[in-house]
Design a protein around this ligand. Structure first.
Ligand code: PMP
Length: 395
C-alpha cells in the first residue's frame, strides 16, 4: 500500500534519514533532494563537465545533449501534446521565469488600452513582474490596465463569478497560480479559461504544483499558454527552473540560446528530478500529501487557539472533492496568543522546521504573521501526529 511505497521513497533522502528527530516541514520553500538527483550531479561532474553549445569534443557534446534533451524531458513530464510547437526556457526559478515572460513576451505583445488580469494576493513574484511590465510600457507611452484577479476565502479559489465580470474585449492576458503557496488550495484553472475564452493567453505559476500533483497539458482542464516553475521545489538543485511556452497560439517565445553558460549542473539535476518524480507518480504524491494535510487540519481546526488561514479548514478533509480541488500539502495557521516567530522557535525546539516569518505574499503587510507547514512525499503521518501533540500542548 501507500505506506510501504512512501517509506521506500523517504529512505532515498539522505538529509532526512540522518536525524530522525528532525522533521522538515518547509517544502513549499524548497524541496529536499533524493539520492538519484545527487548521484546524477556527481556523475556528470566527474565524467562529462564542460560548457554547452560549443566545442567539438565528447564532454562538450554530452553537455549540450544533456541540456537539449532536458528541454524535451520537461515537455514529456508536462505531457505536452504538441512538443514541436512549444519551447522550454531554463531559469533560476519561478521568480526569474515570470519576469522573463513579462519582459520578453508580454511587453512587446501589449498595446495601448489593453488590460491584464493578475493575482494581487498570491506570491509577490506573481505581481511585481506584471507591474514592471506596465511601467516599461508607460515609458514608451503605452498605457495598460492591470486588474486584480480576485481571491475568495470562502472557496479557497479565485472568485470566478467576479472574474467573469472583469473580462472584457480589452483583456489580453491572465496570470494565475496553480496551487496557492500560503493556503494550499488548487486554483481550478479551467474556470479561468471558461471565463476568458479560448484566445486569451494564460500564464500559470506552477511553483507549488509541479512534482506535487499531475500538471498535464494534455488534460483539457489545463489549457494554458505558459507554465512557470522552480526545479528546486521539485527535487532539483537550487538555482533551477523553467518556463514552458506554447507557441501554437501565436505568441512566440524562444529558448535562451547559447549566448552564455547555462546552469548545466542544475539542468542535469532537473532532468534526474523529473525522472524521479515521474517514477514516483504525481497523482500518488498528491494523494499522500493531501492525506497528510487532512490529518493535520482535521485536528487543528478543533484546537481552540488556532486559526487556519485563507481557505475553508475543511478543504483538505472533504474526500468527496476530486483530487484537483483539495488542499495540496500546505497548511498555514496562527495561534491566538503566541506570535508566529515564537511559535516557530517552540516548534524547532521540538525538531520541526516550518516557515514562521514572512510568506512573501503580495499585499499581506502586517497580517503576514503565521506559521506554514508544507509537505512533500517524504513527510510521514508520524511527523504530523508528533506536530499535533506539540500544538495541542500549547492551548
Ligand atoms: N510563486 C510561488 C507560488 C511560490 O510559492 C514561489 C516560492 N515560494 C515563487 C513563485 C518563487 O519561486 P523561486 O523562489 O523559485 O523563484
Amino acid at each position: 500500500g501507500d505506506t510501504y511505497w512512501q517509506r521506500e521513497l523517504r529512505e532515498q533522502f539522505p538529509i532526512l534519514t540522518a536525524d530522525p528527530e528532525l522533521a522538515y516541514l518547509d517544502s513549499a520553500a524548497t524541496s529536499q533532494k533524493p539520492r538519484a538527483v545527487l548521484e546524477a550531479v556527481q556523475t556528470y561532474l566527474t565524467t562529462s563537465n564542460a560548457n554547452a553549445g560549443r566545442g567539438t569534443y565528447p564532454w562538450a557534446n554530452r553537455t549540450t545533449h544533456l541540456v537539449e534533451s532536458t528541454r524535451e524531458r520537461v515537455k514529456e513530464f508536462l505531457r505536452d501534446p504538441e512538443p514541436e510547437r512549444s519551447a522550454v526556457h531554463f531559469t533560476s526559478g519561478t521568480t526569474e521565469g515570470l519576469r522573463t515572460v513579462a519582459r520578453d513576451w508580454l511587453v512587446p505583445y501589449l498595446g495601448d488600452g489593453d488590460e491584464i488580469l493578475v493575482p494581487f494576493a498570491d506570491h509577490r513574484a506573481q505581481l511585481d513582474p506584471w507591474l514592471e511590465a506596465r511601467r516599461l510600457l508607460a515609458e514608451r507611452g503605452i498605457d495598460i490596465r492591470v486588474r486584480a484577479l480576485p481571491y475568495q476565502e470562502a472557496s479557497g479559489d479565485y472568485d470566478h463569478r467576479a472574474l467573469g465580470d472583469l473580462v472584457g474585449p480589452r483583456t489580453r492576458f491572465v496570470a494565475a497560480t496553480h496551487v496557492h503557496h500560503v493556503y494550499g488550495g488548487d486554483m481550478n484553472v479551467h474556470r479561468i479559461r471558461e471565463a476568458v475564452g479560448p484566445e486569451v493567453p494564460i500564464c500559470l505559476d506552477a511553483a507549488q504544483s509541479i512534482g506535487h500533483l499531475p500538471v498535464h497539458l494534455d488534460d483539457p482542464a489545463l489549457d494554458v499558454d505558459f507554465v512557470v516553475f522552480s526545479g528546486h521545489k521539485a527535487m532539483a538543485l537550487p538555482g533551477t527552473g523553467a518556463v514552458w511556452a506554447r507557441n501554437a497560439r501565436g505568441p512566440l517565445f524562444r529558448p535562451e540560446g547559447w549566448q552564455g553558460t547555462p546552469n548545466t549542473v542544475g539542468i542535469v539535476s532537473l532532468r534526474a528530478a523529473l525522472d524521479w518524480l515521474h517514477a514516483a507518480g504525481p497523482d500518488r504524491i498528491a494523494r499522500w500529501t493531501s492525506g497528510l494535510a487532512t490529518r493535520l487540519t482535521d485536528r487543528l481546526r478543533h484546537l481552540g487557539p488556532y486559526e487556519i488561514l485563507g481557505c475553508p479548514s475543511s478543504l483538505a478533509a472533504d474526500s468527496a472533492l476530486p483530487a484537483s480541488q483539495r488542499r495540496h500539502g500546505i497548511v498555514t495557521f496562527r495561534h491566538r496568543d503566541i506570535p508566529s516567530d515564537d511559535l516557530g522557535f517552540i516548534l524547532y525546539s521540538h525538531g520541526f522546521m516550518v516557515r514562521a516569518d514572512s510568506l512573501c505574499q503580495a499585499g499581506a503587510g502586517e497580517r503576514d504573521g503565521s506559521v506554514r507547514v508544507s509537505l512533500h512525499v517524504y513527510n510521514t503521518e508520524e511527523e504530523i501526529d508528533r506536530l499535533l501533540t506539540v500544538l495541542a500542548s500549547l492551548t
